[in-house]
Design a protein around this ligand. Structure first.
Ligand code: ADP
Length: 903
């Protein structure tokens, strides 16, 4: 029998049909006809042979005998040249006795074929290796498949592979190789492997190779996927960012925007490098948090907030809130990030001498105050040194009193400066702030000033809680941040003006906590919310009066009074401090401007009339500025165009030693460096106080009293009274408080009681307000806008009533103060020093004061003022009236009274 023949069907490259596999392919009409005719006579087996790649040898040796399973012509088959679909089922390998030449695809040539024997059992090792590789691949395929159905299929096949016998292994290899995807040459080689052992080995290799390919491609896929999704995300965010920036830019460049410098600008501007600056800021913040003391509360809070910050998307409101909190938190001078005063300054033996020199250099006079400050500085120094010594001893032998095994004692906290808190009380411009600055300079510490005037809200001192929109720390923390150290000198300005308990909390109580040495080592700012140690801070308070300061606050302070300056002191201060300061501030030199003593005094007396020197400084500043303009114009005129010559001239003029009066330049015109008193009107205008004394009139019913204003400034105040038809009543006006009203009542009662002795009424028991005419008495204190209270106007009121009712006048150069009692005694009052100085400034030369206030005049009033004034110290109202009206001026009926009582 000849060798079997089969019609050969060429499979187009890269199709390949392995035994046991199925394959469907499109075929042409002629091929379909040929296959159809085949179906008619036999069981339709063809030799399906793979067509080699176009560039490889076109000879084929191996193929697969395949049964035609189906031939259909689907309706929707798209290819017009190949409208049929042929399904083949691979049965077994075939081999051609000799390689056949492939030429045409669309007919079925007949060729002799051989059926290679697939008998034989492969070796156990080969089968094991095959199984192992197959299972590994199946496992990976199961894992990688996305559809659960497919996963199950792979696992089911794996279960069959596990149980496969050695005889069936080769068949299994065919099934698996047909099922898994692999490369064409590998499949081709596998088809050619007729030997069972060889076939299994090839299958093993193919599986191993496919496993690793599968693994690598999976990795690549997931990496690509990941990077792709990250890229996508980044791209998306960048698009959003760019859109936001565009919006912002368009807002900023719109006409309503803030102005130049924030617009779209050139790309080169450093202002545009937001990202970099932002990253730098964050890195800086992080460094600062890391630098905080390990284990400290501030660090814990800092780390917690930092973590929150990282979780919250940038650009959100919350992110900004946390960031600004962290910036505040890290900028508070904690022990870890701030330096304290080096002890060397305090240890230095010349510390006190240098401190005194500093105070003297900054301030004229104030001897008593400077002495008090020196005591204070000495105490600060001793305490600091003792504190340092104690800390050192503890450091040297930390466990002297600790038994072995006892818990280590925590290092004691520095006690800080727990001396009294200084409270400078005095009118404005008397040097309270600048004394504080001098103390800070002497101690080598930074100086900060917190103005408490008008603070009604506790949060201004203690900060707003962070839940509050736009919350921020209080003034104490802000001052600490500005100082950058935990031991600055902080001046609490105007503590008398701080508000008391209201619905915004109690600012005075917050202030007490700040100042209380027992509490202030753990001051709690609501915003920062971590206890801050203020014990190293040196607080100094200032106020204008003591009246409105709460008792507990006053209790913690040591009061140092600055009452104001005499004209003599003012002249010295002006010459030594204020004028040089203003000359320098206005770009002139000492040689270019001088004010004569007369001119200075004129400014002090006619243009300002205050206790301090602030207005004086302002007025001097105005004179200096006026002269500075004159000087510049003079130079311009003389030197022509501005330029080098101008500068040279100016320098020349500066260095030139002048005769103190005039400066003659090239053109012969003179520069007057001196300002005299008569020129002041041209510069400062009409004197504010000119003629005040002249206008003061000696008039019936008018008397001058002495007062201290709310600003702590002394002065005189007219007490005016007049009679008008009425019902015998007293009318009081001028924004008066209860106490002063009562003083008025007492004064009138006393006058009514003593009207007969004073010669006001003709008979005893007659009411001077009813006889001869029925009148009302109206008493008025001018400057009605200012609230007035206190008992010290008593004797002035009595004098006013006596003058009104008797017709006698009190001379206009007399002023008085003193409280009265119904029984006719004059009792002492406060503020004598300020009142006397105020009277002196107002050109009053005679002052009536209570007898008990003699010591105040002697101790507190400067000698030159005392020398220029005459003091009447009175014990009773009678004495006061005598002093005011002059002895014998009133028609006293004292003798008669005495006589009558004896009778
Ligand atoms: P206060 O705080 O009492 O209102 P300041 O301390 O601000 O007043 O003083 C106002 C100005 O007066 C400052 O320029 C200060 O240097 C100056 N001054 C006040 N007293 C003296 C003084 N005794 N010697 C020199 N300058 C003084």
């Amino acid at each position: 029998m000849g060798s079997p023949k089969l019609q050969v069907l060429l499979l187009p490259h890269p199709l390949i049909l392995l035994p046991t596999a199925r394959l469907t392919l499109p075929i042409s009409r002629s091929l379909a006809d040929a296959i159809l005719s085949l179906l008619d006579d036999s069981d339709a087996v063809v030799a399906a042979i793979p067509l080699p790649a176009p560039d490889s040898p076109s000879e084929v040796t191996y193929g697969t005998a395949a049964r035609v399973a189906r031939l259909v012509r689907p309706r929707n088959q798209s290819s017009p040249t190949q409208p049929y679909l042929l399904s083949l089922h691979g049965i077994t390998r075939i081999r051609f006795p000799s390689p056949i030449q492939i030429d045409k695809l669309d007919n079925l040539p007949v060729h002799n074929v051989l059926y290679p024997s697939s008998e034989g059992t492969p070796s156990r090792d080969t089968v094991e290796a095959f199984k192992h590789a197959a299972l590994a691949l199946l496992d990976r395929l199961a894992k990688d498949s996305l559809q659960p159905q497919r996963k199950d299929d792979w696992l089911r096949i794996a279960a069959i592979v596990e149980d496969i016998s050695e005889q069936r292994a080769a068949w299994m290899a065919d099934v698996l190789v047909a099922a898994v995807s692999s490369q064409y040459p590998d499949k081709l080689a596998f088809l050619a492997a007729t030997d069972v052992e060889d076939r299994l080995r090839r299958a093993t290799e193919l599986f191993v190779k496919q496993s690793s390919i599968q693994e690598v491609s999976k990795k690549i896929a997931s990496a690509v996927d990941e990077s792709f999704s990250r890229q996508q995300k980044e791209y998306f965010l960048r698009q959003q960012l760019a859109a936001i920036q565009r919006e912002l830019q368009s807002l900023q460049s719109s006409p309503t925007s803030v102005g130049p410098g924030f617009g779209t600008g050139g790309a080169t501007s450093e202002l545009d490098d937001d990202d970099q600056a932002d990253a730098d800021d964050l890195a800086d913040l992080r460094r600062k948090i890391e630098a905080l003391d390990v284990g400290s509360e501030e660090r814990k809070v800092g780390i917690r907030e930092w973590r929150r910050l990282k979780r919250i998307p940038q650009g959100s409101v919350e992110n900004g809130v946390i960031r600004s909190y962290l910036e505040w938190l890290t900028s508070v001078p904690w022990p870890s990030n701030s330096t304290t005063t080096p002890l060397d300054i305090l240890k230095d033996h010349s510390f006190l001498t240098r401190a005194r020199a500093q105070l003297d250099a900054d301030h004229y006079g104030l001897d008593q105050i400077k002495r008090r400050l020196m005591e204070y500085l000495a105490v600060v120094r001793l305490r600091a040194l003792a504190d340092a010594a104690q800390t050192q001893t503890q450091g040297d032998n930390p466990s002297t009193d600790a038994s072995p095994g006892a818990a280590p004692t925590p290092p004691t906290k520095s006690k800080g400066v727990k001396g009294p808190i200084l409270l400078f009380v005095g009118p404005p411009g008397t040097g309270k702030t600048s004394l504080g600055q001098s103390i800070a300079k002497a101690l080598g510490r930074p100086f900060q000033r917190i103005s408490l005037g008008g603070v009604r809200d506790e949060a201004e001192i203690r900060g707003h809680r962070r839940t509050y929109v736009a919350s921020s720390p209080g003034s104490i923390v802000q001052a600490l941040r500005k100082a950058g150290r935990n031991d600055p000198v902080i001046l609490l300005d105007e503590v008398d003006k701080v508000g008391h308990s209201n619905f915004h909390g109690d600012p005075a109580a917050a202030l007490l906590e700040v100042l209380d040495p027992e509490q202030n080592h753990s001051f709690n700012d609501h915003y920062i919310n971590v206890p801050i140690d203020l014990s190293q801070v040196l607080f100094i308070c200032t106020s204008n009066t003591l009246d409105t300061i709460s008792a507990p606050l006053l209790d913690r302070c040591e009061v140092v009074e600055l009452s104001g300056y005499t004209y003599d002191e003012k002249m010295h201060i002006a010459k030594r401090f204020l004028l040089p300061k203003q000359i320098c501030a206005n770009g002139l030199s000492d040689s270019q401007l001088t004010l004569t003593d007369d001119a200075l005094l004129h400014v002090a007396t006619m243009y300002t009339r205050e206790a301090g020197v602030r207005s004086l400084e302002r007025a001097i500043g105005a004179v200096v500025r006026f002269k500075a303009v004159e000087w510049a114009e003079w130079l311009d005129k003389e030197n022509g165009a501005m330029g080098e010559e101008w500068n040279a001239k100016q320098n020349e003029n500066r260095s030139e030693k002048q005769d103190g009066n005039t400066n003659v330049n090239g053109s012969g015109k003179e520069w007057r460096a001196i300002v005299e008193a008569h020129e002041l009107e041209k510069i400062l205008g009409i004197p504010r106080w000119d003629g005040e004394e002249r206008d003061r009139e000696e008039k019936r019913g008018v008397v001058y009293g002495l007062v201290v204003t709310g600003m702590g400034e002394g002065g005189i105040l007219p007490v005016e009274s007049t009679a008008l038809p009425g019902t015998g009543r007293l009318k009081l006006t001028g924004s008066l408080g209860d106490v002063i009203k009562e003083s008025g009542e007492i004064a009138l009662s006393w006058v009514k009681t003593h009207a007969f002795e004073l010669g006001i009424t003709a008979g005893r028991g007659v009411d001077p307000l009813k006889v001869p005419d029925v009148i009302d008495v109206h008493l008025h204190l001018p400057a009605g806008a200012q609230k007035k209270d206190g008992p010290s106007a008593g004797i002035a009121m009595i004098c006013a009533f006596v003058s009104l009712l008797s017709g006698a006048c009190v001379p206009k150069d007399i002023a008085m103060t003193g409280e009265i009692t119904l029984r006719g005694r004059v009792t002492p009052v406060g503020g004598i020093r300020m009142k006397v100085l105020g009277a002196h400034r107002a050109q009053i030369r005679k002052v009536i004061l209570p007898w008990a206030n003699r010591k105040d005049v002697e101790h507190d009033v400067a000698l030159e003022v005392r020398r220029e004034m005459q003091f009447f110290f009175v014990r009773t109202i009678d004495e006061a009236l005598d002093a005011a009206f002059g002895h014998g001026a009133l028609g006293w009926r004292k003798e008669t009274v005495l006589l009558e009582s004896r009778l």
